[in-house]
Design a protein around this ligand. Sequence first.
Ligand code: NZQ
Ligand code: ZN
Length: 387
Amino acid sequence: MLNFEFKNPTKILFGKGEIARISREVPKDARILMIYGGGSIKNNGVYDQVKEALIDHDVYEFGGVPANPEYEVLINALSLIKEKNINYLMAVGGGSVIDGTKFLSAAANYDGEPWEILRNSVRTFEGEGMPFGTILTLPATGSEMNSGYVISRRETNEKLSSGGPGLFPQFSVLDPEVIRTIPKNQIVNGITDAYTHVLEQYMTAPSSADLQERIAESILISLQETAPKVLADDFNYDAAGNFMWCCTMALNGLIQKGVITDWAVHAMGHELTAYFGIDHARTLAVIAPSHYRYNFETKKGKLAQYAERVWGIKDGTLEEKAEAGIKKMEEFFHSLDIKTKLSEYTEDYKGTAERVEKAFTDRKWSGLGEYKKLTPQDAYKIVEMSY
Ligand code: NZQ
Ligand code: ZN
């Protein structure tokens, strides 16, 4: 097991009715900016619950953060933060709203041009961000209990990630009741995103970190078992709760401790969202199978372990089990009605491999993946295999 440090300071308030308790988590004299998306919270009662809970606080609002949160929109929120002397942020939404809030948390305490924080890729912000809490309305990203975020810049077709130890939420409310109003296409996105988060931290080489491996496998199995229940027409509170907690646990740092991690699927997937606007989770389902087939030799031990422990495949050689594991993964995505080929999302797919290779070369991303050896030329081949 590799050496590691682990600190996750986010307090979780889990369960029905917990939104009503948030006033205890926020300083009495805080000047709060409540940040939300395109309006789902006004239709499902979450907006009213938050306003009611914060009735004795000084609350300003910024709505309209789009999916794949945009720099051009967030910069207006930054002006409002300065104009109103805001000192506490409250994200109410899915990964996009929470990520946008993290960017604002960092940018509010950063003296330079805000986009610089995103420029040099992950973990460039070393200071303390403006404190914030989150009310999660869409389980998927794990952003509610981690310190990373992803921001898009429309004018340059960029989608870049950043983060830092001072950007964890102070608290996050996980009320499974919010899942009642999520459209099915967003629920399957959430399942697929969380599933791939586990894979990015697991599908490398077999390790000696037994507990992390078993927790990762448990999250995968729980997501597989919960999927049909959470997609059924009748709302099932316990299934919703399991789904929500799986998504949080998939990316709160725990399963990546002591092991090597990949994240190349996300790096390539983000490009597909930046070029074509494809939902984040769906880009991962496009790239992952090709990525695992392209890197079969270095990943086959873990792929076979996945096939055995997660899908119960006991027969065949190591290679046969490994390939069976990839097929099972694809079948799982298809069972959610998630397509796994780029050409099924856009007719303009030709030339995408060249674009990705050039973008990675320009950014000097010369060594992605768990061994930091995946080159822009490798990315070209993986994206081409995903057509
Ligand atoms: O904007 P509103 O009106 O709120 O509607 C949203 C949005 O249209 C809707 N929605 C959310 N909760 C709902 C609801 N509709 C009905 N009922 C509810 N309870 O769902 C739509 C999608 O929301 P969004 O926040 O965009 O989805 P998601 O949570 O999947 O976030 C995706 C973003 O997170 C980034 C992705 O790249 C993408 O930009 N990621 C962040 C990560 C992190 N911080 O750790 C890791 C991930 O890998 C990912 O990259
Ligand atoms: Zn993701």
